[in-house]
Design a protein around this ligand. Structure first.
Ligand SMILES: Nc1ncnc2c1ncn2[C@@H]1O[C@H](COP(=O)(O)OP(=O)(O)OP(=O)(O)O)[C@@H](O)[C@H]1O
Ligand SMILES: [Mg+2]
Length: 418
């Protein structure tokens, strides 16, 4: 029975559909193809990888390791994180401990039970700026020799790469570029050297490609074959809503479900889950069990776009600012607001913006992301899609959020100049 997803990743019973995606990824793993999983925010990338690993581990054919690099600050830290998560593979773990010369025995000779956090501190102490790549190689070698093929998932690698590349103002620095380059080329070599034993799956809440492109490092990703995770079809989203309805004993009926999907326009699993949750709350509050089209309208306007919905928007904005930096974010804000207010942005307007942001006050020197880079990120991360030569929001919900938040006070840079 499926339970509500909340906002963290889901697997097992709470994981809905995605059968063809799981099949495609399993095939890649069995064929030893490294994958770069891409999709716009909240599409269910982390969940998909977790569920894939759960199922692969269940077959007994694979060992699985999941690493999240969101909090990693530098290559040494990333290696320590990979190392500590490799604990999931018993045979490899013993070798790692030996290669790091870590003694997990207390004075009395008993094996200490250390938490993952403590173990990571121990590993981290043995890694520095000079030896991280050798340490990393040792971890890969240990995984390779574990007896079973290993599926190593690395989530939020782009966040680490972004952090390495840029200074506080969001500019790519020469040292940052060197460090990101060194880490990526290490990963690439390790991935190639251990191809038969370790399959990599990379994912993240921001896209890797525009980042690498901006830094001139695109070639570093060429061992990874991209896999683009799409939104649910309306049909799938409606079945998910029905399944959730059954679990919580409320009825959405196909009509209400369909109307919910139409408002979202793009059925991003997290938004579908959120809509269900708000609807469920609304029905509970009003003491009812079935949703009408009026309920859909009410919940969409009052709840999805209300204060609670906006919390999610802040998350989107935060990520955008992280990848674009201050200056780039200002440009994105302008483009997105213009697109939200007018239900899209025409080709001529894009050209005017390109010209505006390339000259004069708006351009503040080297290192600031170019207008087309911002546009590329907005498209790559799934905010905008091309339409009639211009662009429009992919998601109706994100568009409505954006208009609600910035639309009313919006004066375009062109009008501000007058
Ligand atoms: N297959 C699924 N079945 C049911 N719910 C899902 C599924 N995939 C995603 N969700 C819903 O979406 C939410 C976000 O999922 P997840 O964290 O996997 O997405 P993500 O793409 O990794 O997000 P981010 O861009 O923030 O990294 C989950 O909490 C859940 O509510
Ligand atoms: Mg994720």
């Amino acid at each position: 029975m499926i339970r509500k997803g909340g906002s963290n990743w889901v697997d097992g019973e709470n994981f809905f559909d995605r059968e063809s995606e799981l099949e495609a990824l399993e095939e890649r793993v069995r064929e030893k193809t490294h994958t770069l999983l891409t999709a716009q925010r909240r599409m269910g990338k982390t969940s998909l990888v977790r569920e894939l690993q759960r199922r692969l581990a269940e077959t007994g054919d694979f060992e699985v390791v999941f690493v999240d690099l969101e909090a990693a600050t530098d290559p040494a830290d990333a290696i320590a994180e990979i190392g500590v998560q490799a604990k999931a593979v018993r045979a490899a773990w013993d070798r790692i401990m030996t290669s790091f010369a870590i003694l997990v025995r207390s004075a009395g000779g008993r094996i200490e039970e250390l938490s993952l956090a403590d173990l990571k501190v121990k590993l981290r102490a043995g890694i520095d700026a000079g030896n991280w790549s050798q340490r990393g190689d040792a971890i890969f070698a240990a995984l390779s020799e574990s007896g079973r093929p290993v599926v190593l998932a690395i989530d939020e690698l782009p966040i680490l790469i972004n952090r390495l590349l840029k200074d506080e103002t969001g500019r790519v620095t020469p040292e940052g570029k060197r460090e990101a380059d060194a880490f990526l080329s290490w990963l690439r070599k390790a991935g190639q050297a251990h191809r038969d034993q370790v399959t990599l799956i990379l994912s993240g809440s921001v896209s890797l490609e525009p980042l690498l492109e901006q830094a001139g490092l695109s070639a570093q990703a060429n061992i990874f074959s991209p896999y683009d995770l799409k939104p649910w079809s309306e049909e799938t989203a409606v079945s998910c809503l029905e399944a959730l309805g059954q679990s919580y004993e409320v009825s959405l009926g196909p009509e209400a479900g369909r109307d919910m999907c139409r408002r979202l326009r793009c059925c991003i699993p997290h938004h579908v889950q959120m809509f269900f949750d708000r609807m469920h709350d609304h029905l509970r509050r009003t003491g009812r069990k079935a949703a009408s089209l009026e309920d859909v309208e009410w919940v969409y306007v009052r709840e999805m776009q209300g204060v609670r919905g906006q919390v999610d928007l802040q998350h989107y904005e935060g990520r955008l600012e992280t990848v674009l930096g201050r200056t780039g974010y200002t440009v994105a804000l302008e483009i997105l607001t213009a697109a939200a207010v007018d239900g899209g942005i025409a080709a001529e307007t894009i050209d005017r913006y390109r010209e505006y942001f390339a000259t004069g006050d708006a351009h503040d020197g080297d290192g600031a992301p170019a207008f087309d880079h911002v546009l590329h990120v907005l498209q790559h991360d799934g905010y905008l899609e091309p339409r009639d030569g211009g662009y429009r929001f992919v998601s109706g919900l994100v568009e409505d959020w954006w208009r609600g938040r910035y639309g009313q006070r919006f004066v375009s840079v062109f009008d501000r100049q007058r």
